[in-house]
Design a protein. Structure first.
Length: 327
């Protein structure tokens, strides 16, 4: 028992260490993106002869922060505002009640099935149903958001090229968004049409692009917004700058595809390991129901299940961190 307890403490400390390490790397990446945006702004200001007095104005091109929903807890308010923006981007906000109702019903049914399979009390249903709902909702949201961001990243270079060609043909930038949206597909086309609608109502380009950048969960789109704002305020060769940005985005996309190819074996192994445990449990339930119930009702079986959950979770975490490190 002492050896098992020591092993659990060691695993918890190791998981905590890698969690803190991953969080610190994420912070460094965010700081690097912010620094790169500042360097791009200063570079374009130097190229276009923007004076230091304009840069020192209070009305700068800095993208506004999201308002807090809970002033008493700013961190939680920002997270909720970010979640609401993500739901709007996915188109889920209008049908949120229906989705919540179906997901809660599915979690309750899943909890009842687990309680029946393991011959446990109804209290397990009340405890496991919220956990299942939270895990299922988080997985569905993250999966949908990943596909949404991937679609945006694929479409953004095409949109930039379209806007570049339209502007070089003599069409004003305010009209280029709608023309480009007519030749695009995906979520970015709807965003460009919304920008065009705001511009037709008399909203300045700077404000429209700032609000658009807040809605789009894509760092590359913020670079695009900054370039348009600076070009609108100080002039310059917008077509050449947008063309270089599109080339850079395509190079990054190609590099990302190479990373995906190099990490495909590790990601496939992680998926197999993740599906191995529920698959074995389902096989045990169908072929040896008594052994399956022993794993959840007997103290020794619970210790085995705890060890399995910690070891598999630790293995998936290490694999995930290895894959993220390559990026």
């Amino acid at each position: 028992m002492l050896d098992l307890f020591t092993l659990l403490i060691f695993l918890l400390v190791l998981i905590g260490f890698y969690t803190v390490r991953a969080w610190s790397r994420r912070q460094r990446r965010e700081e690097a993106v912010a620094q790169r945006m500042e360097q791009l702004r200063q570079q374009m200001a130097r190229e276009q002869g923007l004076s230091s007095a304009v840069l020192a104005e209070a009305d700068s091109i800095a993208l506004p922060g999201m308002p807090d929903l809970l002033p008493a807890w700013p961190w939680l308010g920002r997270k909720l505002e970010h979640l609401r923006a993500g739901l709007n981007a996915l188109g889920w906000y209008g049908t949120l009640r229906t989705r919540l109702l179906f997901s809660i019903c599915g979690a309750l049914v899943s909890g009842m099935v687990l309680a029946r399979m393991t011959d446990t009390s109804l209290a397990l249903v009340l405890v496991s149903a919220p956990l299942l709902w939270l895990l299922g909702s988080a997985w569905a949201y993250q999966n949908a958001m990943a596909k949404h961001v991937a679609a945006l990243a694929r479409t953004l270079p095409e949109a930039i090229d379209a806007i570049t060609r339209i502007c070089r043909s003599g069409v004003p930038l305010q009209s280029a968004f709608g023309i480009a949206a007519d030749h695009l597909q995906g979520p970015l086309a709807a965003e460009l049409r919304e920008i065009e609608n705001w511009l037709k109502l008399g909203i300045p380009l700077k404000q429209a692009m700032q609000q658009s950048a807040d809605r789009m969960p894509l760092a590359e789109y913020r670079f695009f917004a900054v370039i348009l704002i600076i070009s609108q305020e100080s002039g310059g060769r917008l077509g050449d700058t947008l063309e270089r940005l599109a080339t850079t985005l395509r190079a990054r996309a190609e590099l990302g595809m190479k990373v995906q190819a190099k990490t495909s074996e590790a990601r496939a192994s992680a998926k197999i390991v993740a599906l191995l445990v529920p698959g074995v449990l389902l096989y045990m339930y169908l072929n040896a129901p008594e052994d399956f119930r022993f794993m959840f009702n007997d103290p020794a079986g619970l210790k085995v299940m705890t060890y399995v959950a910690i070891s598999v979770g630790l293995g998936l975490l290490i694999t995930h961190l290895m894959v993220k490190r390559i990026r």
